[in-house]
Design a protein around this ligand. Structure first.
Ligand SMILES: Nc1nc2c(ncn2[C@@H]2O[C@H](COP(=O)(O)OP(=O)(O)O)[C@@H](O)[C@H]2O)c(=O)[nH]1
Ligand SMILES: *[C@@H]1O[C@H](CO)[C@@H](O)[C@H](O)[C@H]1NC(C)=O
Ligand SMILES: [Mg+2]
Length: 404
């Protein structure tokens, strides 16, 4: 072997090492022994969200914190994000879990860790000496009474006033806080670092009303990298894939054999009457959309939180004009295993792979499906479609296209 070849080979070897170190297997996994020492040096942020908010808004709140923490790593900040467990969500009406569910029930946590330094709360518990988890400081965030001061929305925060923590510490009774601080806050999330830096010895910092701080930037490449890392739990994906294969005879990412609809009801049908259609209006719109898109299609998949009685009517009226209507109906054992949260994700996955999707206006459940379809590579015209009210204005849905 010539000297030149050896040098070339060692450069190649070095490059391989460098790229694998750079990509790595994600951030420090507390379960791994090699990270034991790090637990002492790491600092942790955990957050809670306005109690009535649903799963899909919470996914966006996660992204704000995950991006904040991922960017902090690039500036040598040793902060990790603790994933706040899922507990007692307002919309989970069939199977409330008695205990807080970790993120691994719904997501591929390994994949999350590739984007941001995150840990499950139970991983942190297992590292704590005491049997009480003590948070150094809880910042209860509150909106300013007037967001537009002198007609202008600007980033600001201010300590003071009265506040209460209105959450349940994710269902745990062995979590306490040393000190609570009320903060009026508006604007980008990265300004939270200013607050945090006021108490540099804090190790565990919590934010209540984590939905108040906003994305520093929405829809950037970083936003989408984070979004792509939010892969679902494998069992949920496999169950959805099996359903798609069985009922729609499709085994690829982009199916051509069915149309999907997210028909948001319950609180939307009650309090947003001017944004959502009646059953009859829904049937007419689905029929028109299919005739326009591809009149050959007969299979319609419907994801909905509607009452059985409404769903039966919708199914009957669509069948009467020649369509075949499908719902994902979990078996009892699937329901026990996946819970309402997992069933909703399976509904979303099935919607994501359809040839054409019609969503509900301003529903975050719909937004997450649209993002998934952007990631899968669907033509945007098959994705950003909405059900309109029976009468009146029907504003076009915003198109958030992927940035790769
Ligand atoms: N299984 C299922 N659940 C749904 C559907 N639509 C809404 N839900 C439930 O209702 C909740 C709605 O809250 P959220 O996720 O915040 O979405 P949004 O309120 O529509 O913006 C979801 O998290 C689900 O628990 C659906 O099509 N299928
Ligand atoms: C708090 O209680 C839960 C549930 O009983 C337990 O799993 C967890 O380990 C406890 N946390 C700590 C810090 O001991
Ligand atoms: Mg909601």
């Amino acid at each position: 072997m010539s000297i030149k070849m050896i040098i070339n080979l060692s450069i190649l070897f070095l490059c391989v090492i460098l790229t694998s170190a750079e990509k790595g297997d994600g951030y420090c996994d507390l379960k791994e022994k090699t990270c034991d020492g790090d637990f002492l040096n790491e600092k942790f942020i955990i957050y809670d969200v306005n109690p009535p908010e649903g799963f899909n808004l919470r996914r966006d709140v996660y992204m704000r914190f995950a991006i904040m923490l991922s960017e902090a790593r690039q500036h040598h900040k040793n902060w990790m994000l603790i994933l706040p467990p899922w507990y007692s969500l307002y919309h989970w009406q069939t199977t409330q879990s008695d205990f807080p569910l970790p993120w691994s029930n719904f997501f591929d946590v390994k994949s999350l860790k590739k984007f941001a330094p995150v840990v499950e709360l139970h991983e942190v518990f297992s590292k704590i000496e005491s049997n009480i988890f003590t948070i150094d400081r809880l910042y209860v965030l509150q909106n300013y009474p007037d967001a537009f001061e002198n007609g202008e929305f600007r980033d600001k925060w201010e300590i003071g006033g009265n506040c209460d923590y209105d959450g349940t510490f994710w269902g745990y009774n062995n979590v306490t806080v040393k000190e609570t601080v009320c903060v009026k806050y508006q604007g980008r999330i990265s300004n939270l670092w200013e607050l945090i830096s006021l108490n540099p010895t804090d190790k565990f910092v919590m934010f209540a009303h984590g939905e108040i701080p906003l994305h520093d930037q929405y829809g950037t490449k970083t936003f989408w990298d984070c979004r792509k890392s939010m892969k679902f739990n494998k069992n949920l994906i496999n169950t959805a894939k099996k359903y798609i294969s069985e009922y729609f005879n499709c085994n690829s990412k982009i199916c051509t054999t069915y149309v999907s609809v997210h028909w948001r009801r319950r609180d939307f049908a009650r309090s947003r009457k001017k944004d959502v259609p009646s059953i009859k209006g829904t049937v007419k719109q689905i029929d028109n959309a299919i005739k326009n898109y591809n009149p050959q299609i007969v299979n319609i998949f419907i994801a909905s939180d509607g009452q059985n009685s409404e769903l039966i009517k919708l199914e009957k009226q669509l069948s009467d004009i020649g369509y075949k209507v499908h719902f994902y109906l979990p078996t009892q054992s699937e329901l026990d295993k996946f819970k309402d949260g997992g069933v909703a994700i399976i509904d979303q996955i099935i919607c994501s792979h359809a040839a054409y999707f019609i969503g509900t206006y301003e529903s975050t459940f719909t937004f997450r499906i649209q993002e998934e379809r952007e990631i899968l590579g669907f033509e945007s015209s098959t994705t950003f479609n909405r059900l309109c009210p029976d009468k009146g204005r029907c504003e076009a849905p915003s198109k958030w296209k992927i940035v790769n």
